[in-house]
Design a binder for this molecule. Structure first.
Ligand code: UGA
Length: 433
């Protein structure tokens, strides 16, 4: 099939590359000339494990191309993916200017039947708006389909190639056939393509992310209560996760969720609810609890140093909002570092991927080449991201480097008994120190 992907952000690049890998002819379109020039030279502007191998192969075998020219992109396309940003506006609603801008242009360019697919996370009713924007100028038949992505950063290639399910919102029989054949190579193991109307598909995406954010937030509150009653949240997780109605995943308590998706989507669904006059109370709680959770360790650190952080050096392990990404959007580490600096502390930090991004916004942090270098002469360690290399460190070396053997762990990486045996003062989330 001939596929155009408009927008070469994270979703567009993964979608384009993976559909090239399944044998399609893919052309990715972006208005950013520098980005397209880099992509044409074979450079990937994002960090996503496993993407490079597929990217290189498909460029070399001529199935993956890039252009800044929308007309060239859509010339022979049978399907056109829209993978454009939908940044949140002041009021939390998703801004559709990029998507509707391209939709307007598409209307004048189309000269044959094509399926246009909303891949971005867009509010309920967007497919209808896109259809109307194209129809203003279009002289040919076309369909607009909602096909939300469920890719996690860091494992996006795997999520794309082996999806739990593919959600397709369309009532057009022709579009259904096109979508079925497009996804046939990816759902061979029996995972379904679920068809529904456009509005339900759009809503499915928000419901999925909001439910996961709720699941994490619920566990974070259980953790907070565990600290008060003297229970251990890890045991609670094991105890409830084995109930197949609850499920084992996304039950890890910590210092709150971050990233570009959960915070934005929870906020956008809350906004949709209020627009429609519905008071979605659980969503409001999720947002409020998560905001507090991100700052949870700060008073504990402050109390440990008797309210005086001035002149102290705090080492930070992990800056990205989660492992296997350099993405720092809404990352809990940032807010904590800002508060530490404001309280007069010095911050030394290490992250395997995200340091360059943090350097741009927090240049006063001392960035280190290794996790251990960040500990040298520091008064304490704070952990914000569960990179695997932090899980089984050389504790003896840590103890020798740190001025005080104290760790504030926002990701519950270590066993309490082990830390006690090693003589560390250890604070984590939802477990008695
Ligand atoms: C999320 C969804 O998981 C994807 O399905 C969705 O496609 C994507 O948003 C999107 O809308 O584009 P992502 O933001 O990449 O993916 O990251 P997750 O792995 O879901 O983690 C989100 C946050 O939740 C992270 O800050 C993570 O540390 C936190 N988390 C996750 C927990 O605190 N506890 C958990 O048990 C799991």
């Amino acid at each position: 099939m001939k596929i155009a992907v408009v927008g070469t952000g994270y979703v567009g690049l993964v979608t384009g590359t993976c559909f090239a890998e399944t044998g399609n002819q893919v052309i990715c379109v972006d208005i950013d000339q520098n980005k397209v020039a880099r992509l044409q030279k074979g450079e990937i502007p994002i960090y996503e494990p496993g993407l490079d191998v597929l990217f290189d192969r498909n460029i070399e075998e001529g199935r993956l191309k890039f252009t800044t020219d929308l007309a060239e992109g859509v010339k022979d396309a049978e399907v056109i993916f829209l993978a454009l940003p939908t940044p949140p506006g002041e009021d939390g609603s998703a801004d559709l200017k990029y998507i509707l801008g391209v939709a307007n242009d598409l209307g004048t360019l189309l000269d044959h039947y094509v399926v246009i697919i909303d891949k971005s996370t867009v509010p309920v009713g967007t497919a209808e708006k896109v259809r109307a924007a194209i129809a203003k100028n279009a002289i040919v038949e076309f369909d607009v389909v909602s096909n939300p992505e469920f890719l996690r950063e860091g494992v996006a290639v795997e999520d794309f190639m082996k999806p739990d399910r593919v959600v397709v919102g369309t009532t057009s029989e022709l579009a259904k056939k096109v979508m079925e054949s497009l996804y046939a190579p990816l759902v061979r193991q029996g995972n379904p393509v679920i068809f529904m109307d456009e509005r339900s598909a759009e809503m499915t995406k928000y419901a999925a992310n909001s439910f996961l954010a709720l699941k994490i937030t619920f566990m974070n509150e259980i953790a907070n209560l565990c600290e008060k009653v003297g229970a251990n949240v890890d045991d609670i997780r094991r105890g409830i996760g084995t109930d197949s109605r609850i499920g084992k995943r996304f039950l890890f308590a910590g210092i709150g969720y971050g990233g570009s998706c959960f915070p934005k989507d929870v906020q956008a669904l809350a906004k949709t609810s209020s627009d429609y006059g519905y008071d979605f109370r659980t969503l409001k709680s999720v947002m409020a609890v998560n905001d507090d959770q991100k700052k949870k360790l700060l008073p504990i650190v402050s109390e440990y140093f008797e309210g005086d952080l001035a002149g102290k050096t705090i080492a930070v392990w992990g800056l990205a909002f989660k492992p296997y990404t350099d993405d720092i959007r809404e990352a809990p580490a940032l807010e904590n570092i800002k508060a530490l600096l404001a309280a007069g502390a010095k911050v030394t930090a290490y992250d395997p991927e995200a340091m360059d991004n943090v350097k741009k916004i927090l240049p006063e942090v001392a960035f280190c080449h290794t996790a251990y270098a960040a500990l040298d002469d520091a008064d304490a360690l704070m952990i914000f991201t569960e990179w695997p290399q932090f899980r089984t460190p050389d504790f003896e070396k840590m103890g020798n480097l740190l001025k005080e053997k104290v760790i504030f762990d926002g990701r519950n990486l270590y066993e309490l008994s082990q830390m006690a045996d090693l003589g560390f003062t250890y604070y984590s989330v939802g477990r008695e120190p």
